[in-house]
Write a protein that binds this ligand. Structure first.
Ligand SMILES: Cc1cc2nc3c(=O)[nH]c(=O)nc-3n(C[C@H](O)[C@H](O)[C@H](O)COP(=O)(O)OP(=O)(O)OC[C@H]3O[C@@H](n4cnc5c(N)ncnc54)[C@H](O)[C@@H]3O)c2cc1C
Length: 502
């Protein structure tokens, strides 16, 4: 059934009305819809949690929430789940938990659908992104000879690496196969006084491989959420109290404070909150073990916000964090915040006028979360890497949707500066302001990705305007011939910059 529908994403920064909207309930219905709308632009929406234009489509939007079956398989040492593309991650995780299993990785929330999360390289901390783990996908696309819609299974080689994170460009994913592991518990504690610096936070990584850490703006110090798998695999007796503490004091009360300071006080009090109160009010060294997904997630969808997240290699993280501090101080009104060394690195980028105009236009008001992503075996997820681990650095704003000009100016300048200085990639599913050519230059394997996307979708009907402009920029980029086998493509297109290794 086709209907008209106005769609708005979680962040309320995008609204569109596709000509046709449908919620198929089976693969056959997906194929019928594809045949019915042959030649039109077709895209699937997940739970519309992306802030980027990833899900936008003006012609045919499909919502696969009714295709959410979950089937567990066990063959010898192999354990996996076959899951319908539209299944909400929360429903999947709860069903797996009921049977004593879980996913190898999960992000901060579980509200996305599984195909939507994989399509954009959604990640948590200390593991690969979800996309990396995908073992096969069933994909509805058009047969090149007959033009009829068909189902293809993609389960090996570069095609699988492309399909793992494809931002909808290969076709309609109808189901995915993901490995599962026995449910486990994670020990967690928050530490600030023993951390404070980036070096200390990184040093703790070996002992706490699943940790994520934060830089407090305006204090410019670090705190860590130390996490490790609990070898005893036992939930603490006070785990329920810890959950209640997180929910009331952090997920609700702290966020209400941010909303009050940003929306009512217009930023007044933010610096004092970070310098004098926040680090002291978080309970430190309370060691609690709880079921993995409960420790790894929070109620982050409770209050509407907007986010940009950039991804850099481990060796570029110190330089990136130094830049971030100076850049945000500039936004907060410190005209001399950029150190001379930083200024000379920025000079060739031609961004000075814009950076000057940025001074005093944006007061950052949320802890900057840093997470480690193990190198993904994908072609274009943000975590894809042939060598080093990747670190994500996130910037969140709780400004009202109609009052985000400062945030968007910050996001645009941040993305362009850090892409040039550190090869930083913005999340495909979060605010992603980079021009197509710059984006393409950040992904050494995107030439191969485009080759596969062209093979699966020669007419480009599964690309929206954004993805069409990105993939069109691949042709004009010189360094990555799509004839190169992926394994021999080098990372040589990264701009060299001494700041990156500082
Ligand atoms: C509160 C909040 C917290 C978040 N936390 C994290 C986090 O911890 N880590 C992280 O990495 N990201 C995080 N994100 C980003 C989020 O995971 C991504 O934007 C994700 O893509 C959203 O999934 P969705 O189901 O809402 O998909 P949508 O936003 O609806 O779509 C995303 C993309 O998936 C494609 N797609 C969806 N289903 C299919 C299908 N069946 N076939 C083909 N293509 C499909 C769409 O076309 C689109 O390109 C968060 C977002 C929010 C709002």
């Amino acid at each position: 059934m086709s209907q008209t529908m106005r769609l708005t994403n979680f962040g309320r920064n995008l609204t569109w009305q596709p000509e046709h909207f449908a919620q198929p309930t089976s693969e056959q219905e997906v194929l019928d819809l594809l045949n019915q709308h042959r030649g039109k632009q077709i895209r699937v929406i997940g739970r519309l949690h992306a802030w980027s234009e990833a899900a936008k489509c003006n012609e045919v939007s499909l919502d696969l929430r009714n295709m959410s079956s979950i089937t567990l398989h066990h063959e010898g040492d192999d354990h996996w789940v076959e899951v319908g593309a539209g299944c909400r991650i929360k429903d999947l995780i709860l069903e797996l938990d009921r049977q004593g299993w879980t996913l190898p990785s999960v992000g901060l929330i579980m509200d996305q659908c599984i195909a939507g999360a994989c399509a954009t390289g959604t990640h948590g901390s200390g593991r690969h992104s979800l996309s990396h783990y995908v073992q096969s996908v069933r994909l509805a696309t058009y047969d090149a000879e007959t033009g009829q819609a068909v189902i293809r299974t993609v389960d090996e080689g570069d095609e699988l690496r492309a399909a793992r994170c494809a931002i909808g460009c290969l076709g309609v994913v109808t189901s995915l196969r993901l490995p599962i592991r026995p449910q486990y518990t994670i020990r967690e504690q928050i530490r600030y006084r023993q951390i404070r610096t980036l070096e200390a936070a990184l040093d703790a990584e070996e002992e706490y491989p699943l940790q994520q850490f934060y830089m407090y703006p305006w204090l410019w110090e670090f705190a860590a959420q130390h996490r490790e798998e609990d070898r005893d695999n036992k939930r603490s007796s006070v785990a329920w109290l810890y959950r209640l503490y997180w929910l009331i004091s952090l997920d609700i009360f702290l966020h209400l404070e941010f909303l009050f300071l940003v929306r009512i006080c217009r930023g007044w009090g933010i610096r004092t909150l970070f310098r004098s109160f926040l680090p002291k009010t978080v309970i430190e060294n309370w060691v609690v073990s709880d079921t993995a997904y409960k420790q790894l997630t929070m109620q982050h969808s409770l209050f509407r916000h907007i986010e940009i997240e950039i991804f850099v290699k481990r060796s570029h993280l110190p330089g990136t964090m130094k830049f971030v501090e100076q850049f945000l101080r500039l936004g907060g009104g410190e005209r001399d915040a950029l150190a001379p060394e930083m200024r000379s690195q920025l000079e060739p980028l031609g961004l000075f006028d814009e950076l000057d105009a940025f001074c005093g236009k944006y007061l950052h008001h949320y802890p900057i979360c840093i997470r480690k992503i193990l190198p993904d075996d994908t072609l274009i997820s943000m975590g894809s890497s042939d060598d080093e681990a990747i670190y994500s650095v996130s910037f969140i704003s709780y400004a009202r949707p109609d009052d985000r000009a400062g945030f968007l100016m910050m996001a645009d300048l941040l993305a362009r500066s850090t892409a040039a200085l550190f090869g930083a990639r913005p999340h495909w599913g979060k605010v992603n302001p980079l021009p197509p050519k710059t984006l393409v230059d950040l992904y050494p394997h995107i030439g191969r990705f485009k080759q596969i996307a062209d093979q699966y979708d020669p007419e480009g009907v599964f690309r929206n305007e954004w993805m069409q402009s990105v993939l069109s920029a691949v042709d004009s980029s010189d360094a990555r011939s799509s004839d190169n086998p992926v394994s021999t493509v080098s990372d040589s297109t990264e701009p060299s910059n001494p700041l990156r290794n500082s």
